[in-house]
Design a binder for this molecule. Structure first.
Ligand SMILES: [Zn+2]
Ligand SMILES: [Zn+2]
Length: 268
């Protein structure tokens, strides 16, 4: 957007491009705040409710590395496997807008907090759907392995935070709209002087469930193996809890058995 392009007032968007406003979906903003969440609470970067009979996941990717103390010196390779770090835990009671698979009421996410050359950013995230009562009945893993100093990159390691979910209407980023769709809308934004107004983006940038991805780069929706375009499950964006992490986006396909999922990452 050129610097001198006037922005269309948000109140006029509904009248001028009702199709855009019509794409709104409900999202649940997670609103993380640094705190001390317990393992029975929804959290970002908090302790996870983990079954005793399930090994904690590790990342054994070769040559994952950290920027270390000096970010220009990216040679601090961490050989061998390191424990993944807790990222997100959501209980169904806190996120009524999130549809859980039958019999499940707990979603957990972990990833490796090192940097990986083949895909900048956290890699090999893992996602788990569980049943809280079953996990508790089966006993909990008491000693969750922690990453040590030098085994993680600050930007991929959220500060433990409690969540205060709220719902909001969320529209796609303009980057997410097909070009031909955009071209049919653009003439409505022309000014008598020849230029065009820029429409306000009604996409919410934040850590959220449902709604639309808060892409900072052009959209990159994954398809499942059967060719269905996956649905946006959740977005985790860099903020005070997660440094310059950029955006990490999770998607899944509810048309296929086993709920296949995938993820994307983009730079801030
Ligand atoms: Zn790794
Ligand atoms: Zn599918």
């Amino acid at each position: 957007m050129p610097g001198d392009t006037p922005e269309l007032p948000a109140k006029d968007l509904r009248t001028l491009i009702p199709e855009y406003v019509g794409l709104a979906r409900e999202t649940t903003l997670l609103n993380p705040q640094p705190g001390d969440p317990g393992m029975r609470e929804s959290s970002l970067g908090g302790e996870l409710l983990w079954p005793a009979d399930e090994l904690w996941p590790y990342c054994a990717q070769e040559d994952h590395w950290t920027y270390g103390a000096d970010w220009r010196n990216r040679t601090e390779i961490v050989p061998g496997a390191v424990p993944m770090v807790p990222i997100l835990q959501l209980f169904a009671r806190d996120v009524p807008g999130l549809e859980f698979p039958e019999g499940k009421d707990l979603l957990q996410l972990v990833w490796c907090a090192l940097v990986h050359d083949q895909d900048p950013g956290p890699v090999m995230p893992r996602l788990y759907w569980r049943n809280e009562a079953e996990v508790v009945a089966g006993g909990l893993l008491t000693e969750i392995p922690m990453v040590r100093e030098g085994e993680y990159d600050e930007d991929h390691m959220p500060a433990p935070s409690t969540l205060s979910p709220t719902t909001a209407e969320d529209c796609p980023r303009w980057l997410d709209l097909p070009k031909d769709m955009w071209e049919t809308w653009e003439p409505r934004l022309r000014l008598p002087t020849g230029g065009s107004m820029w429409p306000p983006d009604s996409n919410i940038i934040g850590t959220k469930v449902g709604g639309w991805p808060a892409w900072t780069q052009p959209a990159d929706w994954p398809n499942c193996e059967s060719g269905h375009r996956m649905e946006h499950l959740l977005t985790i964006t860099g903020d005070i809890q997660l440094g310059d992490c950029g955006g990490v986006y999770f998607f899944h396909c509810r048309q296929c058995p086993g709920l296949p999922w995938d993820w994307r990452f983009d730079c801030p």
